[in-house]
Design a protein around this ligand. Sequence first.
Ligand code: TXA
Ligand code: MG
Length: 342
Amino acid sequence: MEIIDVRECRDIEEVKKRLIPAAKSIKNGDLVVIPTETVYGLAGDCFNVSAVNKIFLVKNRPYSDPLIVHISNFEQLKSIVKSLPEEAKRIMDNFWPGPVSLVLRKSPNVPDIVTAGLDTVCVRMPELDITREFITQCGTLLAAPSANIFSRLTSTELQHILKYFKDKKEVKYAIYAGRTKYGVESTVIDCTTKPLRVLRYGAVEVEKIARTCKVEIVEPKRVYKKKSAPGMMKKHYSPAKITYLCRDLIKYIRGLSKDELKRITFLCSNKAKEEILKFVKNDISVIPYGDSLEEIAQNLYLCLHLAEEMDTEFIVIQVPRRVGLGKTIYDRLVKASSNRWV
Ligand code: TXA
Ligand code: MG
């Protein structure tokens, strides 16, 4: 895998030039790691069944889990979608390009392998101009799940991509554009039902979409018990270490012995870290994830990767409040921990 670092480019013209070999390899049916504003993606030509098959094989992803098709302009929708409900149009007008993915009725052009045999397709137009430029250059549309091995942590930085794909021959290039802006995946809305349904909490708050577009969007009551959508299995996005969630981290840490403390890496707000360091002086591993919900979302996977790499046995994570973007963070944390609590 060769890395194309587009951060060094002076302007979009230079970016375009640098992307040429990667666009060629997409046309040849190979895979490319692409940056987006949410997380990195593992992209292949969505109309090339053998390329899409490589995505599933490289990721070790079950064929029952459908992929998102990434587009760079509205015109392209016609080639993959059969019909466009009024509500979906309003969401596109307000949030595209941006981190909102919409499930729509698919046209027969979209190979079944992309959609796991469903009669719907999930579509997104990324906010990051480099991603849209790349799609346009490829001259096709890109099926791209998050760039991680199935059930492992998502990638928001170059070292994560290298960790998973460095030696995979199917992945020819990784386009590196720095750390991703939002840090969590796009919000997924099912537009084939009335009212619309949230299938995955993500980078844009559901309330904001509903309010701005004046649409009703039903939120799942118990996401983790009922398997209502393919991507909603309980275990997902996990660190390779036993992980627990905690509501009152300060109280929990106060109750631990010195020996117990040494075996855990803690993830918490900057504020909580300061508080903890007031009464535990040393021999404690604490990774701060920020204070605002935006910061926490942006740092979430990065902190989980760091915690996974620490020389400790367990991870214990302070859970932030569950409003707005906090619902997305809560969803990812419950999945990362398989809903284990201390
Ligand atoms: O931000 C993102 O969405 C990133 C970047 C790379 O674009 N992509 C991403 O893809 O997170 P992935 O494959 O990791 O997650 C896609 C989610 C899965 O939960 C999948 O089940 C759901 O979208 N999905 C895809 N097609 C669907 C469909 N036709 N019906 C219901 N859910 C679908
Ligand atoms: Mg994923």
